[in-house]
Design a protein around this ligand. Structure first.
Ligand code: NAD
Ligand code: MG
Length: 289
């Protein structure tokens, strides 16, 4: 049996977003795959969307590498995902701070940064990972409300957070923004979402030009299909989920812990000569730049 054939995700049909990792029967793999080496020793990171999926794996890896971490997430009925991520951070011997709210609102983005700095005394890394997506067959199906919502969550939030964080960032700080392969390949049923991801890549490049002289590096990560709550909980249609990840050259979805190392590389000094770039953990799709 090939790896692709072995992967049989159980499809959930609850169009409730954000989705719950706790409720997924096939658990995404967030576990760091190697011992820590102090790459982020005593740094402070703000990881949005850190409750679940890619954000959880990033929080776990950053904690293993020595960072204290504030995670931001949108309301869940129960706080199981966020609490689990907090326990992962604390299990690595680091401190965690859990912040719940809507990053599409400037006031909450300001508060998230202020509370992080108050708790930990500094901010070194901003990992902008929170996002939402809603599939639509026709361009005419996209409601104005959804359009505004998706742009608010996915790209306005990055402007708000970067503006709030800027006074606290100094030489050696890093900003990493989560884009998507849909920005590079196009996605016929994710027009609004992929447009926000295009904006994120352009923002990443322009912000890099803006901040590089101050020694603050800005890069992005554009994952392919990754096994997280995002797609099975309404981010894709059930029909699309049947083949999730199979059209990649590797023929399978990625796991969050196959994406987190890209964020770590861009957050630490290993990437000290890189800014304005995007890394592509996407199962082998060749997409240009
Ligand atoms: P996820 O659902 O586990 O994580 C997204 C998190 O963002 C949610 O848990 C939620 O708490 C948070 N969030 C959503 N809206 C928010 C808001 N308004 N304010 C604050 N927090 C909010 O799914 P994921 O797949 O890990 O998604 C993380 C990022 O990865 C997203 O930006 C997504 O677009 C991107 N991405 C995912 C895939 C994939 O296939 N899973 C592919 C490419 C890019
Ligand atoms: Mg979540």
């Amino acid at each position: 049996m090939t790896e692709a054939e072995a992967f049989q995700p159980e499809i959930h049909e609850q169009p409730r977003m954000p989705g719950s990792e706790d409720e997924m029967s096939d658990k995404p793999n967030w576990r760091p795959r190697y011992p820590g080496s102090g790459r982020l020793k005593d740094k402070v990171a703000l990881v949005t969307g850190g409750d679940s999926g890619i954000g959880r794996a990033v929080a776990a890896l950053f904690a293993r590498e020595g960072a204290d971490i504030a995670i931001v997430y949108l309301a869940e009925e129960e706080r199981k995902d966020a609490e689990h991520t907090m326990s992962i951070i604390e299990g690595e011997g680091r401190k965690g701070l859990c912040l719940q709210g809507d990053l599409g609102c400037r006031s909450f983005a300001d508060e998230a940064v202020a509370r992080t700095v108050k708790e930990f005394g500094r901010l070194d890394i901003l990992a902008n990972i929170a996002g939402e997506q809603h599939p639509d067959e026709h361009v005419t199906d996209i409601t104005e409300e959804q359009l505004r919502r998706t742009f608010q969550t996915n790209i306005y939030s990055m402007f708000f957070l970067v503006q709030a964080a800027r006074p606290h960032l100094s030489r050696g700080s890093a900003i990493i923004n989560c884009s998507s392969v849909t920005m590079y390949k196009g996605a016929d049923n994710l027009l609004d979402y992929s447009a926000t991801k295009g904006a994120i890549t352009a923002f990443t490049r322009s912000l890099s030009e803006n901040l590089v002289g101050e020694g603050i590096r800005v890069n992005g990560v554009a994952p392919g299909p990754i096994w997280t709550p995002l797609n099975p909980y309404g981010g894709q249609s059930p029909e699309e989920m049947d083949d999730f990840g199979r059209s990649t050259p590797m023929g399978r979805p990625g796991e969050p812990n196959e994406v987190a190392p890209a964020f770590l590389f861009l957050a630490c000094d290993d990437s000290s000569y890189m800014s304005g770039q995007v890394l592509h953990p996407n199962g082998g799709s060749i997409i240009g730049s």
